[in-house]
Design a protein around this ligand. Structure first.
Ligand SMILES: [Zn+2]
Length: 196
């Protein structure tokens, strides 16, 4: 992420700034050694050397300020990296949790699906072949619903109420007769709540 890049940029910058400080310090040390050795005798050279030592000290101070400034920036970049890493971790935790719940839900649904399929097979086995054929045909034609409950004189497949003639026909029909909705043609299933 961007903060990680920023952090490594700062680290590189810090190394470079520290090398700059080192170079200046080494040069100042060399100058000081020359000065102390007494090898330089001309007063002009001595003056130059002393001036250079003063200017190197100032230069070193400036460069050390740069190092401090880079270190501060690096530290706040590290803090941001830590903060963002924590947030990524929290979000990942939520994703993992949701994924686990989804997997569990799939498993439940698969189990229910298997149970329902088995139950359907048992029921279908007990239905006469021609009736099952009619049901399957209607189911394909009527959006997956081949039979509908007759509830309070209403076909629950198409939601239309049966007229009085139809109600009378249903009442007169034998208990095992296959009834059809006059409107949607679905098989009508009678129950105690059919309103007859
Ligand atoms: Zn109907």
């Amino acid at each position: 992420m961007a903060s990680t890049t920023e952090e490594s940029d700062c680290a590189r910058e810090q190394t470079k700034a520290e090398q700059d400080v080192d170079q200046v310090r080494q040069r100042a040390t060399r100058d000081q050694q020359r000065l102390d050795s007494g090898a330089v005798s001309s007063s002009k050279d001595l003056e130059n050397l002393q001036r250079e030592i003063v200017s190197l000290a100032k230069r070193q101070g400036d460069l050390e300020d740069v190092v401090l400034e880079v270190m501060e920036r690096r530290e706040s970049a590290q803090e941001r990296v830590a903060e963002l890493t924590e947030r990524v971790g929290a979000v990942q935790g939520k994703i993992d949790d949701a994924t686990a719940r989804r997997e569990a839900a799939y498993e439940t649904l698969d189990g229910e699906g298997a149970t329902v399929t088995k139950e359907r097979a048992v029921i279908a086995g007990s239905v006469p072949e021609d009736l099952l054929k009619l049901y399957d045909k209607l189911r394909a034609q009527q959006g997956g619903v081949g039979a509908a409950r007759l509830y309070q004189r209403r076909c629950e497949g198409c939601r239309l109420e049966l007229n009085i003639t139809e109600v009378n026909e249903v009442k007169a029909a034998a208990p095992d007769a296959v009834l059809r909705c006059e409107n949607c043609r679905r098989i009508l299933v009678r129950t105690s709540e059919s309103g007859l």
